[in-house]
Design a protein around this ligand. Structure first.
Ligand code: FUB
Length: 324
């Protein structure tokens, strides 16, 4: 328990941790925040990340190792800037790193890079995934081997700009009683580098079966999706952005619909909150970030983890990050 809720590393700033167990070890795929003195804005221009460092731990009690630069922006032909929150997946002997970044037109897309080693280095594809847009990919490889990507983020993450099916920087932002936007869902092809068919928007419903509204900021989707399975059900968790909660919704299928269930974590220090959920040796853990290492500077974050209590019926106990 001793290392829990402390920064996993302090020699670099890290955020948006996607944790996985590969070969019996815990691997964490975070964003790598770059310190600078620029100001914050609603487009997230302060998040200027250029590369990925993969962290690993032999167990939850072991020290965390930084495995060095696994992929740098300069080696990805289609990227112009902002390598944001990544995820990774394993299939048929290969590891895949999924990462969002702005293309040469300033539009967020999702890229794929491949490695034989979960810690990298990763070799990127020449171009982004055809048909991909917005940020924050999370990939679930299901028990039957089918793989699904969840992604999307409001505001700087550009999700609103794709409502018509093509990029419109002036698109209307849903508000008030209008239905909230959900994350993007797509099944991946056997090669793990393309969508198998069309993507669709996921629905998140309230307790009466009605879609959550854009004005319901305590519960509606903002960014940072994650998918875990528990007792055969699918749990979509995400950040509510403006209200800074991590919340979850339950479904019977990987593509929903999902019904809102509750809060996973109360707000942390800093504007963003972003997490992953992983089972390790029979216990469940929440990986998340806050701004403790920088005393609250939004773009200088640090990754932490804590044990998560999931009850037999799938409900999750809410974590108050600064209470033991
Ligand atoms: O790290 C940059 C962005 O901040 C991520 O893509 C969002 O999820 C938020 O954490």
């Amino acid at each position: 328990m001793s290392e829990q809720r402390k920064p996993l590393v302090s020699h670099i700033f890290t955020a948006d941790p996607s944790a996985h167990v590969f070969n019996g070890k815990i691997y964490v795929y975070p964003s790598h925040d770059i310190p600078h003195d620029g100001e914050d804005n609603d487009d997230g221009d302060e998040y200027r990340m250029e590369d990925y460092h993969i962290l690993s731990m032999d167990s939850v009690d072991a020290p965390c190792v930084d495995n060095g630069c696994a992929l740098h922006m300069k080696d990805v032909p289609w990227v112009s800037k902002q390598m944001w929150a990544p995820d990774a997946a394993y299939k048929d002997g290969k590891y895949y790193l999924y990462f969002p970044a702005r293309d040469k037109d300033g539009i967020f897309r999702i890229g794929v890079a491949v490695s034989d080693d979960p810690a990298g280095p990763f070799t990127p594809e020449e171009n982004y995934m055809p048909g991909s847009y917005s940020i924050d990919p999370a990939v679930l490889v299901d028990d039957d081997g089918r793989a699904y990507m969840y992604n999307g983020g409001l505001w700087g993450g550009q999700l609103e700009m794709w409502q018509s099916g093509s990029f419109d920087p002036n698109a209307h932002r849903p508000e008030g009683d209008e239905p909230a936007l959900g994350p993007v869902f797509g099944e991946l092809d056997a090669d793990m580098k393309h969508y198998k068919g069309e993507t669709k928007q996921l629905q998140i419903l309230d307790e009466n079966g009605k879609p959550l509204t854009a004005g319901d900021e305590d519960r509606r989707y903002f960014e940072g999706p994650w998918m875990h399975k528990f007792n055969g059900k699918y749990y979509l968790s995400y950040s509510t952005g403006t209200t800074h909660y991590l919340v979850y919704a339950e479904g019977n299928r990987p593509d929903g619909p999902f019904t809102y269930k509750g809060r996973i974590m109360e707000p942390v220090l800093g504007w963003t909150t972003h997490h992953s959920i992983v089972e390790y040796q029979g216990k469940w853990y929440l990986f998340y970030h806050d701004c403790e290492l920088s005393n609250g500077i939004n773009h200088r974050r640090c990754v932490k983890f804590t044990e998560l209590t999931i009850h037999e019926d799938g409900t999750i106990e809410t974590i108050r990050p600064y209470e033991k």
